[in-house]
Structure formats: structure tokens, C-alpha cells
Write a protein that binds this ligand. Structure first.
Ligand code: GRF
Length: 261
């Protein structure tokens, strides 16, 4: 029998991608099994999907944590290994001109939530963590604790990255008047939807489309490509490598990319 990878998932909402992953694991289209489903949102419908399949679930209530930190900052207890300077120097989701106080509040609240989430995840060992509509930015604090050896946090994004990063990929694609939309599976890094791309799928956008029809068409492709990319990971076929290239000005640059072997 083939060795199965253990997959953890984080969700925030409906969980249709989660369902596609569960449905691909059960008949062996993915050599994997779900070890847990976590959510930042206690009302995420996807939690019920997991429970139906007997997958352990938990919630880390981000909104409640953020509220309580803002209400009583004097009561905040940060993890012992919290180092805000190190986190600021690693992260690339804020521009250097962003308000430093706001950045601090963001980092402190996220790290407190992430430390809690990591504690909840400890009960369920996993090889791969998939973000399936998880609408929270993960800080370097969390990422470094998961990526101890190789990149192993995957995300699905509703646009053809690097176009339209952020929370509304299909909306952005549609409003821009694009004639092609798409979805992207990538490993996450310290930026906003900037990590190395694993797979992409594109679809046409027609004159009579609406943002809803674009989203529907895109989601159907997401349900195909996410399980396919997870299976590549399970088969050990994703190699993350540094690629060097020359810029127009003759200077050398480097980017981390995924090669499918
Ligand atoms: C998907 O469009 C995904 O690309 C984005 O959030 C949406 C989640 O949908 N990150 P669902 O919860 O999987 O149905």
C-alpha cells in the first residue's frame, strides 16, 4: 500500500475546496488522509463538512482574540519566543511606509491567535497544511514553526497570480475587464500571495459574464487543480529551487520557484 501523507486544513467559510480535497482523498486520487480541519471562524460551514467525514475539527476564534487584545492590552501575554523586530524584518505584506503602531497591533494580535492555533494543531501531526479559503494572513511566527524543513503550507488563490492578490481575486479580475481569469495554487511565503507557484488554471471571461458567473467558473477549476497539486506533493514531485536570472540592467536576481519533477 502507498504511504499516505497527513493533511491538515485551515478554513474560514463554506469549504467547497475542503470538500474537493476530502473527496479526492477518499478514493485515493490523493495519497493522503485528513488529520484535522481548523477554522478562525466558529460559524464556518466547512467545519460541518469535516465532521460529516469524521475529521477532527477545532476553532481558533481570531475575532474574539483580536477584540480582547484591543480591549485589555495590559493583559496580553506574548509567547516567550516572540521577537517583533525579527517578524517585521521578515514579513513583506506591509510596505515600509505603513503605520508602525498599526503594524505592531496587527503582529501582536496575529501571533497570539497563531500561538493558540499551533497549540490546538499539536494534537494532530501533519505533513502538509492546506489553506482552503482561510481568510487570515499568517505571520512569519506561524510559518517558521510549520516550515521547519521544507515549504509545506499550500494555498489556493482565486486569480492568476501575480495579478490580483488579496481577498477578492475573481472580483478584481472581473472589474478590470480581463478576458481570462484563473486560479493559482502556491506555497505561502512571508508576503501577500507571493509564494512560489505550483499550478494554475485559466478560463475565458465572456461579454455577458457577471462576477458571480466568473466565480462559479473559477471555483470549478479550483476543485480540480487543488487536489492535483496536493497529489504532486504527496508523490514527492514538488521541488522548491532558487532560480537566478539577469535583470534588464544586467544585475543578478533570484527567485524561489517550484519545479515539478
Ligand atoms: C476560494 O475561491 C479560494 O480560492 C479563496 O477563497 C474561496 C474559498 O471557497 N481563497 P471555499 O470556502 O473553498 O468554498
Amino acid at each position: 500500500m502507498k504511504k499516505k501523507i497527513r493533511i491538515g486544513a485551515l478554513i474560514s467559510g463554506g469549504g467547497t475546496n475542503l470538500q474537493a480535497i476530502i473527496d479526492a482523498c477518499e478514493p485515493g486520487k490523493i495519497d493522503g488522509e485528513m488529520s484535522f480541519v481548523g477554522s478562525d471562524n466558529p460559524d464556518a460551514k466547512g467545519l460541518q463538512r469535516a465532521e460529516k467525514h469524521g475529521i477532527p475539527t477545532f476553532t481558533t476564534d481570531y475575532a474574539a482574540i483580536i477584540r480582547s487584545v484591543k480591549q485589555s492590552p495590559e493583559k496580553v501575554v506574548l509567547p516567550q519566543d516572540f521577537n517583533i523586530d525579527e517578524l517585521f524584518s521578515k514579513q513583506s505584506f506591509f510596505s515600509p511606509h505603513f503605520d508602525i503602531e498599526k503594524m505592531k497591533v496587527f503582529m501582536v494580535t496575529r501571533v497570539i491567535a497563531e500561538a493558540k492555533m499551533l497549540e490546538q494543531m499539536r494534537a494532530y501531526p501533519f505533513d502538509l497544511l492546506v489553506l482552503a479559503g482561510f481568510m487570515r494572513t499568517l505571520s512569519p511566527y506561524f510559518i517558521d514553526k510549520v516550515n521547519t524543513d521544507i515549504p509545506r503550507i499550500m494555498n489556493i488563490h482565486p486569480a492568476l497570480l501575480p495579478a490580483f492578490p488579496g481577498t477578492d481575486g475573481y472580483g478584481g479580475t472581473f472589474r478590470y475587464g480581463c478576458k481570462v481569469g484563473g486560479c493559482t495554487v502556491h506555497f505561502i511565503d512571508y508576503g501577500e500571495d507571493t509564494g512560489p507557484i505550483i499550478g494554475q488554471r485559466a478560463f475565458p471571461i465572456y461579454e455577458n459574464d457577471t462576477v458571480e458567473t466568473v466565480r462559479e467558473r473559477g471555483l470549478k477549476l479550483e476543485w480540480e487543480i487543488y487536489p492535483e497539486c496536493i497529489q504532486l506533493f504527496a508523490q514527492g514531485r514538488l521541488k522548491v529551487v532558487k532560480m537566478s536570472y539577469l535583470l534588464e540592467n544586467g544585475k543578478k536576481a533570484e527567485r524561489t520557484v517550484v519545479k515539478i519533477v
